[in-house]
Design a protein around this ligand. Structure first.
Ligand code: NAI
Length: 332
């Protein structure tokens, strides 16, 4: 048994957490949970978005399954996600977008994994008010952070039999910052002659993704492009309800759906828990529990393929709990 930390989040967080933990239990995942409420409601009651005990639990267990958290709008609130990624140096944000034949979209055979650098770029949040009408934001790119994410992308490609890694950048304009990222990419690519390597400018990538997404395999890029382009990849496969992610560092690992807390549908029991469930599968795979992850993935595929019990965001009428129970019924 491995004990992991679970953040229940807010908005649709509690609904999808309930669904995922019940499916993990039904699949006999060898996990025990330390579950914490985090986010806006926790802040209103106890004055902290993430209680100290929740941080302490993650520091002890090193593995976090985190459902989405609403970032309160207004001064003084740094995004909790950015905080977690920085505090625990979760530098590699890996977002796999794969077509599922059961989910109707105009795009076929998409199988793209985005490796997003997670700790620097414009997300360092260094902004300066120069005068009332002028603001500067600082973009940080370092050799150290670029090297480790790019290496991880190539190592992953090699370990998983992937053919190509594409560097996504804007080095034609940001000659120094993205220029550094691109030059590190070219240096590292030379060490992996077995993997095809190319680079593309981010605006062209957005167009190509919509015209011919099948040409992409693994993409690696700085933080901001990774945030935006990976959401685009979710649109190719049926939406945010289907895009999981891992956030990996040397010592800690956090698994979460890419989507937010979806306040527009919170409490209605219609949220799609698939992205969060697939994130939990990535967690199981990270722990070496390959068979249990495969069993859950197969059950999801079967329920999606039947198409009679799927959530509204992907064209169905089922509730979150009905979908959850259908997946449980399909587990081996
Ligand atoms: P969002 O991802 O929560 O929602 C965007 C749209 O996608 C909405 O129409 C929503 O209903 C739909 N959607 C998202 N997840 C869904 C699911 N599982 N099933 C069905 N439909 C789904 O993005 P939004 O509205 O921009 O952000 C809401 C809040 O979430 C904000 O406070 C934001 O800061 C926070 N957020 C948190 C993240 C995290 O904790 N990882 C990531 C992104 C946003």
């Amino acid at each position: 048994m491995k004990t992991i930390t679970v953040f229940m989040g807010d908005g649709i967080g509690p609904e999808i957490t309930d669904a995922v933990l019940k499916i993990l239990d039904a699949a006999k995942a060898p996990l025990e949970y330390e579950v914490f409420r985090v986010g806006a409601a926790e802040y209103e009651e106890n004055g902290a978005l993430i209680p100290d005990a929740a941080f302490a639990s993650f520091e002890k267990n090193k593995i976090l399954l985190k459902s989405p958290i609403t970032t309160p709008v207004g001064k003084g609130f740094r995004s909790l996600n950015v905080t977690l990624r920085e505090k625990y140096d979760l530098y590699a944000n890996i977002r796999p977008a794969k077509s599922n034949t059961a989910v109707a979209t105009p795009f076929k055979d998409v199988d793209i994994i985005t490796f997003r650098e997670n700790t620097e770029d414009l997300y360092v949040g260094v902004e300066q008010q120069i005068d009332p009408d002028t603001v500067h934001a600082t973009k940080i790119i370092t050799r150290k952070a670029s090297t480790r994410i790019i290496k991880d992308a190539f190592e992953y490609a090699r370990a998983h039999g992937r053919k190509k890694v594409t560097c996504v950048h804007k080095a034609n304009i940001l000659k120094l910052s993205d220029g550094l990222f691109l030059s590190v990419f070219k240096e590292i690519a030379a060490d992996y002659p077995d993997i095809e390597a190319d680079d593309k400018i981010v605006d062209n990538v957005c167009m190509q993704l919509v015209m011919r997404p099948q040409q992409f395999d693994i993409m690696v890029m700085p933080n901001l492009y990774g945030d935006i382009v990976s959401d685009l990849t979710s649109g190719l496969i049926g939406g945010l309800g289907l895009l999981p992610s891992s956030n990996l560092g040397k010592d800690y690992a956090m698994f979460e759906a890419v989507h937010g807390s979806a306040p527009d549908i919170a409490g209605k029991n219609i949220a799609n828990p698939t992205a969060f469930l697939w994130s939990a599968c990535m967690l199981l795979e990270h722990l070496g529990e390959l068979e249990i992850a495969a069993n859950i993935r197969r059950a999801v595929d079967e329920v999606l393929a039947e198409g009679t019990c799927i959530t509204p965001d992907i064209g169905g009428t089922a509730t979150t709990t009905q979908y959850r129970d259908a997946i449980i019924a399909h587990l081996a």
